[in-house]
Design a protein around this ligand. Sequence first.
Ligand code: NAD
Length: 257
Amino acid sequence: MSLKGKTAVVTGSNSGIGLGVARELARAGASVVLNSFTDRDEDHQLAAEMAKEFGVDVRYIKADMSKGEECRALIEQAGACDILVNNAGIQHVAPIDEFPVEKWDAIIAINLNSAFHTTAAALPMMRKAGWGRVVNVASAHGLTASPFKSAYVAAKHGIVGMTKTVALETAKEAITCNAICPGYVKTPLVEAQIPDTAAKYNMSEEEVIEKVILERQPSKEFATTEQIGGTAVFLCSDAAAQITGTTISVDGGWTAL
Ligand code: NAD
């Protein structure tokens, strides 16, 4: 599978799943645009190291995915966008009646609205190129719910819905739009939830992983960022040309329960 000649923009890709997806796309030969809201030397260094490792063009572009105009500017600055991976995301856990309004707004902005803005900006480029792939990183929480994650679950269900609509709007073109729904993947987003949960349930961090986090994941194993990246590469392949408007779960059986 070669993605040589394609440019991939991966939002929220200086860490975790986004970085894993960007690496697999680069391994497959795509030029890659990395993104986050920071502009540190290490962000640009990450891009330089990836370029060297995979022998492809890798750039880092700062853009805050909580701001619509910056989402659109990211795509414009990329100059080309054959593959768009909407991955940036944050989490906050609280009962709905105590859920901080600013956290609700930030989660909806970063996890859902950003994908609206980037997709709107990228589709004309894909149409001009005559080919495109939109891959939305949703979640098992795009298909099921958990208590205390109202904003996250709402945003992820929202992005699954938007995935279907974009697929219908592009159905007659060589453009597909799908969502990957990971179960738990051990990234900074998940690791940040472990100490609080351990304190709340008076458990060790190992017990939290086994009895709380992986409780709903029948495989009892985390999915890896490489596996999510490999799924994204598959969705970019010719074999997946007729796969559009759907979700692919990478969740160790979570949504089969
Ligand atoms: P992470 O915290 O490691 O990565 C999140 C990325 O988003 C980082 O690169 C961060 O810099 C970026 N980001 C955050 N706010 C941003 C903003 N305002 N503008 C631009 N970039 C921003 O988390 P992750 O686990 O890799 O999560 C990535 C995606 O995968 C999210 O959409 C998350 O909901 C989804 N997901 C994660 C899991 C999991 O178990 N880790 C499971 C299902 C879905």
